[in-house]
Design a protein around this ligand. Structure first.
Ligand code: 5GP
Length: 181
């Protein structure tokens, strides 16, 4: 598979400076806070989270959760459930949820509800990408990387059927070129 080409939606050279900016804003906003709990949504956010967290200048710890939307290919039925919960309590803690992509917004809305019910000091959201056209109602993204068109995207942590996660850029899925390894 070629490393560059017409499928590249967000090149590696654009991702790194944007992640720097987000980390700088987050670090400024949480300055003085004892410890931020940065929660990555597995699996898709693992690369974004790794890059973002390494650029934070405020004290933080990392935790992960995994959710599953009942999926049929890339069609989502909309029901979200937690398949892996946090290791530690977030009571009285400042929480930042880090998502790879916000599509309809159901996953992030579900997670914010779940976390807010646990008595945190605050809950904010960070997403690398958002399909603006698809958002259902209000979902607040406090720190957003990129708005993208309504296409299935892969790379930088995002997969299609578990493939293409480790591409260094974000690409729109084109089965003609992306199906070959
Ligand atoms: P939402 O609940 O916002 O509709 O969907 C969020 C989840 O759907 C994301 O965390 C991700 O797992 C998946 N998703 C939605 N759109 C895409 C996409 O274009 N590519 C990939 N790889 N996953 C997506």
């Amino acid at each position: 598979m070629a490393d560059t080409g017409p499928n590249v939606l967000i090149a590696e050279e654009r991702i790194a400076p944007r992640v720097d900016e987000l980390a700088a804003r987050i670090s400024a906003d949480y300055e003085g806070v004892d410890e931020l709990v940065v929660i990555g949504v597995l699996k898709g956010a693992f690369i974004f989270l790794a890059d973002l967290a390494r650029r934070l200048t405020v004290p933080h710890r990392i935790d992960f959760i995994a959710v599953s939307s009942y999926a049929d290919g890339d069609q989502r039925s909309g029901e979200v459930r937690m398949v892996l919960d946090l290791r530690e309590s977030i009571e009285n803690r400042h929480v930042l949820v880090v998502e790879d992509i916000v599509d309809t917004g159901r996953t992030l809305r579900y997670l914010v509800q779940q976390f807010e019910a646990r008595g945190p000091a605050s809950v904010r959201t960070c997403a690398l990408t958002r399909k603006k056209a698809r958002n259902e109602g209000e979902i607040r993204i406090d720190y957003l990387g990129f708005d993208i068109p309504d296409m299935w995207v892969v790379g930088y942590g995002l997969d299609y059927a578990e493939r293409h996660r480790t591409l260094p850029y974000i690409a729109a899925l084109d089965p003609a070129t992306l199906d070959a390894d």
